[in-house]
Structures are given as C-alpha cells and as structure tokens.
Design a protein around this ligand. Structure first.
Ligand code: TMP
Ligand code: MG
Length: 307
C-alpha cells in the first residue's frame, strides 16, 4: 500500500505522463539550499504570483478564474471588459511585438479596464458576491504553507497584475483568517463611503511592469503631500532579506525578483499548460517544476529544509 505522502505525489488525473515534481539540476539546487540554510531563514523572503500559482489551474475539472475574470458587476460593462480581453490578450502573448510597444498596449488595456469598472458602478458588495460565486480554489496545502512561513517569520509578497481587493477577499473567504506576514502587491481600489468604486491607488501594475519593477512598485506609495496612501508597501516587510524563494507559473514571473539584489534565489515554476512542449524550458528556467496542478507540499518541505 502507498503512504499518504506517496499518494500526494502521485498524479491522480494523469493529465501528463510526468511526475508532479521535476528538478532539472539537483546539484545546483542543493548548493542554493545549503547557502540559504547557512544564512538562516531570517534572510529569506518569498515572492509569489497569485493566479494559477497560489490558485489551482483546474477546479473540479474546469479552468479556474483569474481575479479579473471572476469579477461580475454591471453585465454591459462586464461584456465591454471581455471585449477588451479579446482585443488585448493576443497582443499580450504575441511573440512578435517589441516589448516597449507591448507595454504601451498593456498600459492602455489596464487603463481602459479599470475605467470600465468605475463607469460600470462597481460596488464593494459585488466583489464579495463575485468571489463567493467564483470558480477559484487555492492549491492544496495553502494553509500549511502560510502557517509554515508565519511560524518561521518569513514574509510573503503576493505580486499580481490582477486586483488586490479581490485577492484579499479570496484570502478572507477561503482561509477565514489573516496572516500578518503576507502583503498583496497589486492594483488597489478606492471606494467612497457607500462602497462605490471611485478610483485606483498609485501606479498601475500590469503584466510587463510587474516583471520589471515589481519591488519599486511595492515601495510605499505617497500622495502629492507626501502622505502614505494605502498599504501597498510590501517592500517594508522584505527589507534586508537577501535570499529569495520565488513561485510563479509563467516564465515572465521570474522577473518578479528583478528589483531584489539577492544572494541566492530558488525558483518554483508551476507548469499548467502544454507540459510536453514547455517542460525542457521550465526545467532550465526554474529550479523546481511542479506539474499536474500539484500541491504546495514540495514548497513546504523545501522551506522546512531551509530552516
Ligand atoms: P497576472 O497573472 O500577472 O495576475 O496577469 C493578469 C492577467 O489578467 C493578464 O493575463 C491579463 C488579464 N486581464 C484580464 O483578464 N482582464 C482585464 O481586464 C485585465 C486588465 C487583465
Ligand atoms: Mg499567474
């Protein structure tokens, strides 16, 4: 009979012919582990993407929703946002578009999409009900992962080009508790006294600047008078921590640590789509590749090994 541990690592759906965890270069990974272990957990910070990294790619066999996609408000405006998606998403993934041109389009997309949320009259109540109805689920092991980091005093930044208020609502509804060592660095909404959306705080975080200037964007935001606005200040809790554990599902997520002058970085890549085409690339790019929509167990074990 198999132990529960083995069952965890087995692939129940056989979505790919691969095991759930693949390490491309075990010798290099071991060296990084030793270096971080020697420096201690007090030097470690975790940077994680949200959609399809902390959340599952498939929820009961159905494609999971991203923070933008799950938000349901005024149907006419939801349709308009969907039309923007159909126009701009092909530009986001186009291999031919120069990056500066692409960045311009992404600025445009996020700008228009955020404006539609305001025009459509989004109310905070609809965020709560959208999250309650959404097809979204955390990866198995999320609570244990957050608890392990909390116990070890390791800060976690969740970086997303999605919507901070939705991510925080998902955390509230799914976990029923608040972890003091977690900060969400994402696009943050402003509401009036009636709970109606009036605007967004600070600079827009889209897929391209998330990858290039994540930590600069995470710095405390100030208004024209120099007052701190919002709590998009994840930089404070990771300050001085020179070792990074990075979790992402896209190759571009590796850029989330570009703003950190780190000594060692261990990266974990969740390979959700086209595994056979992408496996070799992911094995080169990430220290650890998780397949088959696998759990966070290997990441939890890694943190324990580093302690
Ligand atoms: P992320 O994985 O970094 O959070 O990327 C955000 C994704 O959200 C990106 O692929 C584009 C998508 N998106 C929408 O689906 N709808 C929108 O309105 C916007 C602005 C982005
Ligand atoms: Mg993602």
């Amino acid at each position: 009979s198999t132990s529960s541990m083995e069952q965890h690592y087995m692939n129940p759906r056989m979505t790919t012919p691969y095991p759930d965890v693949i390490i491309g270069n075990p010798v290099q990974l071991e060296k990084k582990k030793q270096a971080i272990r020697a420096a201690g957990l007090s030097t470690l910070q975790v940077i994680a993407d949200f959609d399809m990294t902390l959340t599952k790619y498939l929820v009961d066999g159905v494609r999971g929703q991203s923070t933008h996609a799950l938000l349901k408000s005024n149907p006419v405006y939801d349709m308009k946002r969907h039309e923007l998606f159909e126009h701009y998403y092909p530009l986001e993934i186009s291999p031919d578009l120069p990056v500066d041109e692409k960045a311009k389009y992404m600025e445009e997309w996020w700008g228009k999409s955020h404006a539609l949320l305001i025009e459509g009259g989004l109310n905070y109540e609809s965020i709560i009900s959208s999250v309650a109805k959404a097809t979204i689920s955390f990866r198995d092991g999320i609570t244990q992962f957050f608890e392990t980091l909390d116990e070890d005093g390791v800060p976690l930044l969740i970086f997303s080009a999605g919507l901070a208020d939705i991510i925080e609502e998902v955390l509230r509804q799914k976990l029923h508790r608040v972890f003091p060592n977690i900060r969400v660095v994402s696009n943050r909404m402003e509401f009036d006294g009636n709970g109606d959306l009036t605007g967004f705080k600070g600079r827009t975080i889209h897929v391209l600047n998330k990858n290039e200037h994540a930590l600069e964007l995470a710095a405390p935001l100030h208004d024209d008078d120099g007052n701190l606005v919002g709590d998009n200040n994840g930089a404070a809790i990771v300050e001085g921590r020179s070792n990074v554990l990075l979790l992402g599902d896209h190759l571009g997520d590796l850029g989330m640590s570009d703003g950190v002058d780190y000594d060692n970085r261990i990266s974990v890549g969740f390979l959700n789509e086209n595994a056979s085409n992408w496996l070799e690339t992911y094995k080169e790019a990430f220290d650890i590749v998780v397949l088959n929509d696998g759990s966070l167990k290997p990441v939890i074990e890694l943190v324990k090994e580093l302690g």
